[in-house]
Design a binder for this molecule. Sequence first.
Ligand SMILES: Cc1cc2nc3c(=O)[nH]c(=O)nc-3n(C[C@H](O)[C@H](O)[C@H](O)COP(=O)(O)OP(=O)(O)OC[C@H]3O[C@@H](n4cnc5c(N)ncnc54)[C@H](O)[C@@H]3O)c2cc1C
Length: 477
Amino acid sequence: MLPNLLIIGAGTAGMTCAISAAAKGKKVCIIDKADQPGGTLHLTAGHLSAANTLLQSEKGIHDSTQEHYADIVKISRNTMNPIIARKAVELAPATLNWLQDLGYPFHEKAPLIIYGHEPYTKPRTYLGTTDVSPLINAPGKTVLTVLLPLWNEYISTGLIDFRANTKLISIEKNENTISSILVDGRDGLGHLTAHNYILTTGGYAANPDFFTTVTKRATRLISTANTDSTGDGIVAAQAIGAIFSGAEKHSSTLGGIELEPGSGRVNFWNAWARVSNGVDRKQREIYVNDAGERFMNEYDLNVDERERIVLEQSNRRFWLIFNEHALRDGISVIPQWNADQIIAESKKEKAIWRADSIVELATKTGLPITALTATIHQYNSFCKQQLDTDFGRTYLDHPLENGPFYAILVYAYSLISFGGIEVNEQLQVVSKEQPAFTNLYAAGEILGAAATSGHAFCGGMLLTPALSFGKWLGEVL
Ligand SMILES: Cc1cc2nc3c(=O)[nH]c(=O)nc-3n(C[C@H](O)[C@H](O)[C@H](O)COP(=O)(O)OP(=O)(O)OC[C@H]3O[C@@H](n4cnc5c(N)ncnc54)[C@H](O)[C@@H]3O)c2cc1C
């Protein structure tokens, strides 16, 4: 008997889709090229967002999906897809309530307002008890923890047929109906068929070639995304006429540290630089670009403005320059590391450098000596006057007069990808030739972050839509 659903990608959207379909007694086949389910659920920070939830009303918070949607319009400057973003917002409360029913252990402060990016106007962001550590972040694995028992139960009852190490190669169609998919699995190449096909293969933020081609940027991709986020589903869908859009809305996150030069990888859970804002940490460093010049107010700017300015710098990177006094005074610039770990890393001279003088620091890093020296001189005079006439920085308590001096190379980096394949309101993949494929659907990051978040970072608007759309498709198909 043909399965009702063939789900391609057993990550956030795919697992949820399989579970909600199986809960209604439907037979599901789900494949993944990885050897285990979970996808980006193994990595995500786990911030969810929804208005009008049970938890909000238990805590006396008055909110509505209209206000949530209005905040997304405001934060993204109306650059999201109105149909998909509205659907995501409307489905989100049921998703959160469902997680609560399943015993999701909410953090005691949830729902709250998170200030990592431009914030919502109401407390509507949720995370789990284990998703926060004293070091700010711990992987948001709570969602995975809640889904796995159901997943295992439906596998044991035979409703979910999970095939690991099985990779989508291509999609075959007859007119506007999908007839099968070609996969490379344990038994080699073969075809799989079902009544309905759901693409949940995630984004492309770990595929440098695809990324640089579609975002039309010459710079390297520096990424912390799941290494399986290679855009395979997008490529396969494009080959049968699906429409790809939104990549030009790409935004990056700060501050990625590429510990292994040339790797293109940042480990979000090990080392990143806390340069996003001055709200919860006083920025004691100055930032200089490859020309050795300051280029922004390091202290007072909001994070979205910072990210935009860094994208305009050559190589989309900059250098944090500070001295021993700044290193040891207050919260570390690398949240997961203390001063001694930073010094230990500086001995490798790969991503962090230490020197007794500014000239030596410039020589070691390759920054222009004259420009860097002039920049530091100017900054020190701003500290003396307590007035920054170049960028208007108001926190000027750390002149760079005494060494040792440090430099950390920081990149704008990617957690997620913004372009995706277009779907209609039913989440059917839209085709260039016909209105939509009758039995091909998509959910999750394959739709592109821009669909639900525009060219900005609207809190929780990747993870929550991935769960909601997966859940909804599992229920309705
Ligand atoms: C470090 C980090 C932190 C984040 N924090 C947040 C957050 O706090 N809030 C938020 O909203 N979003 C966050 N995100 C984004 C969010 O977690 C993801 O967008 C979302 O989990 C993606 O879900 P998905 O189902 O689309 O893809 P995934 O969960 O990545 O699943 C895709 C699956 O498809 C499989 N696959 C890929 N290609 C093939 C193929 N050819 N054949 C078969 N299988 C294939 C993959 O192996 C994978 O298992 C974060 C992302 C990262 C990396």
